[in-house]
Write a protein that binds this ligand. Structure first.
Ligand code: SMO
Length: 702
């Protein structure tokens, strides 16, 4: 096990210089020629029939070039959706709503103005009226897994525990909001689209298909991206409109979302409700698991919109041996902002349900929660193992992660300290969680070139969302050619410069994108050793053998103030197996970043709508985003068992912290309040909620 040393100097990323010195080029920085600016008019209620849409005043306002409504864009195609669920009935993809609005914040009309402010002012002159109409939300997708006779085991088992988790909706909140700048070239009738995206090639192919434009007329550039976290893995109606407007008016056009527009209409994470039932025998062996999951869906579906519903279900029963399963997941519309993938994308939800059930089982058994996990986890010799939900868990040593965690934190001693503090009257708890992090499946492209001057140019179909892929890919190439990374150029994010590929999502960029780079470099090196004339170019489309499953374990130690309900995370420890680590510092950084977002989810973040469907958390004044000083230190330890599923042997790690940390924190809070008889808590663990739980427990005692 490798433990990170916070005092150790960190690797300098090749991206840092430009970013730190203000030379970064984000989508909004693209230089356009007499650009038009887009401002949207949005639905002010969650469901309604449009009864009035008067744009005449806006049309004659100063600096207004055009005003568009749904009828102008009603012949456009639909965004493609990854239909991972067994049955799917997709909602329409309206770029601008036409007869009805189906979610608050949905774009209804768009103003094109010669200055950004005139557009916003004119948009306010548009008279939009909607009347209430029947809520007709549909089930968009569904899937069931049934193996063994879970129902009768749950009826007859010696013990059954149950749990309901209402995951708060979260705002992924990358620093850079959604942004798109379109340059229209009148000579060639082509566009260049600077897009803040994690999937530039997907942007290009989707735009071509939705706008019915030859793909050769669209170039997409994602140079610097200021974070994405899943929110930028797909195209938005606003972005489609902006590119449509550039083609339609033969003008440069741009749109950058305000932070309020991000809260209102960028994709939200989580928001699922999951219920679980775990049956086990008197010895603590798990016998059956039942789960019912419902995932919210908005007025339209982003490409990966069904992924959370799918992952939250199919990743059950995690790394535990349970043959009898009865799992149902549904994706159902609910009239609020559009949910999508957010760092973890269903993995945290599956994990939270499983790990809370296990702590409940441990409490019933009177056993240590780590012991109960040990007893039911698959052993290293059980891997590869195909779960009853159809996943092949590829490699690793799950019990070793628990042992490593226990050693790293001095578990036995920690339990004694907790007990002593508890006896002295403190509310203090320890929570643990095991977790799995499947990384993406499929292919990625790479091109490696050895120039006549013996320099290496690597181009990748993957992309960077601010997570330093250029440095990682340069390191992979430098190891193959045994030359300094200074002699290696890395191109990605520009569809004219990089081979067609997928991008950076689902914890796949190193595992698959890095493996593609490795294979291309190996091929060039082999040909160079045969004295082939330079330049030598290798184009690779690398396909992995299947998902590489990262895993690990978290421990949280919390104390709770009895008077105020304030929860303090006193200690957080993790052990993560991300397989082969190309850049250990970046693995560490990914774990810390995921942990910070997992901490936010567990402790403070929540999007709130009122009963009428109005968004109450439309700014950072209302939405509690953790600040640097809120996030406690995380003790990071890693183990390295290479995955056999890809060339590098890398496993996902980008989402690790969001998956493992919340469950450990929740379990710790429940442990702290267990002496008061509190058995259930929902995230986020705000002081108010905890205080109410304490108060309610005392009421029961009266
Ligand atoms: S939530 Mo990720 O960018 O697949």
């Amino acid at each position: 096990m490798t433990s990170s040393d916070p005092a150790k100097p960190r690797v300098i990323k090749r991206e840092d210089y430009d970013l730190i010195t203000g030379r970064g080029c984000f989508a909004d920085d693209a230089r356009l020629d007499a650009s038009l600016y887009v401002a949207f008019v949005r639905a002010q209620m969650s469901v309604g029939q449009i009864t009035q849409l008067d744009v005449t005043a806006a049309q004659s306002a100063p600096n207004i070039y055009a005003v568009h409504t749904g009828d102008d864009v009603n012949t456009l195609g639909a965004l493609s959706v990854n239909q991972v669920l067994e049955t799917c009935d997709l909602p329409a993809f309206d770029v601008l709503a036409r007869t009805h609005v189906a979610a608050i914040g949905q774009p209804v009309a768009a103003v094109l103005a010669t200055t950004a402010q005139s557009g916003v002012d004119a948009a306010e002159m548009i008279d939009l009226d909607t009347t209430d109409c029947a809520r007709n939300f549909k089930t968009v997708g569904e899937q069931k897994w049934k193996t063994g006779d879970a129902a009768s085991i749950l009826d007859t088992a010696p013990h059954v525990v149950t749990c309901t988790v209402q995951h708060p909706r979260l705002a992924p909140s990358p620093i850079e909001p959604r942004s798109v700048s379109v340059r229209y070239d009148t000579k060639t009738n082509c566009v260049t689209v600077w897009h803040s995206t994690q999937t530039p090639h997907r942007t290009r192919s989707e735009l071509a298909s939705i706008l019915s434009v030859d793909i050769a007329r669209i170039r997409v550039i994602a140079q610097h991206v200021g974070g994405a976290f899943g929110l930028k893995a797909s195209l938005y109606p606003e972005e489609v409109f902006t590119v449509w407007a550039a083609f339609h008016h033969k003008r440069d056009v741009k749109w950058t979302a305000t932070r309020s527009e991000e809260f209102l209409s960028a994709t939200h994470g989580r928001g699922l409700t999951s219920k679980g039932w775990l049956a086990f025998d008197a010895a603590g062996k798990f016998l059956a698991l039942r789960a019912e999951i419902e995932a919210p869906i908005g007025a339209w579906l982003p490409n990966s919109g069904l992924i959370p519903a799918w992952n939250a279900a199919r990743i059950l029963p995690s790394g535990y041996r349970i043959d009898a399963l009865d799992i149902t997941t549904r994706a159902v519309q609910d009239g609020r902002g559009p949910p999508g993938i957010y760092r973890g994308a269903g993995r945290p939800e599956a994990n939270m349900l499983m790990e809370q059930l296990i702590d409940k089982a441990a409490r019933v058994l009177g056993n240590d929660p780590l012991t109960v996990r040990h007893q039911n986890l698959l052993d290293s010799h059980d891997l590869p193992h195909t779960t009853s939900t159809g996943n092949t868990l590829d490699s690793g040593d799950y019990p070793r992660a628990l042992r490593g965690l226990s050693d790293a934190c001095g578990y036995t001693e920690l339990v004694k300290i907790r007990d002593a503090r508890r006896k002295a009257g403190e509310l203090v708890g320890i929570g643990t969680a095991f977790y799995l992090e499947p990384s993406g499946n499929g292919w990625e492209s790479a091109t490696a070139t050895l120039t006549a001057e013996n320099n290496v140019i690597v181009a990748s179909g993957s992309s960077s969302q601010g997570h330093a892929r250029e440095t990682t890919f340069a390191k992979i190439a430098s190891q193959i050619f045994d030359i300094s990374t200074d002699c290696i150029s890395v191109n990605m994010g520009d569809t004219d410069q990089a081979p067609t590929g997928i991008g950076a999502l689902a914890s796949r960029s190193t595992a698959i994108g890095g493996s593609a780079v490795l294979q291309a470099c190996q091929e060039v090196k082999t040909r160079a050793q045969n004295d082939e004339t330079r330049p030598i170019v290798a184009n690779v489309r690398y396909e992995n053998k299947g998902q590489a499953w990262g895993y690990g374990a978290y421990l949280a130690l919390v104390s709770i103030c009895r008077d105020t309900g304030t929860t303090t995370l006193e200690r957080a420890v993790c052990v993560d197996d991300a397989g082969t680590q190309v850049m250990p510092d970046f693995v560490h950084g990914q774990i810390i970043g995921g942990f910070a977002q997992g901490f936010g989810e567990a402790m403070m973040e929540r999007i709130v709508y009122d009963d009428d469907g109005q968004l109450l958390t439309g700014s950072f004044m209302d939405y509690a985003m953790p600040r640097a000083r809120d996030v406690p230190h995380l003790e990071v330890h890693t183990i390295e068992t290479p995955s056999p599923m890809n060339l590098l042997g890398a496993k996902g790690v980008g989402e690790a912290g969001t998956i493992g940390a919340p469950a450990a924190i929740l379990n710790a809070a429940l442990d702290a309040l267990a002496p008061l008889g509190v058995t259930d808590l929902q995230m986020p663990l705000t002081p108010h909620r905890i205080w109410e739980a304490i108060k309610d427990s005392q009421k029961d005692l009266d």
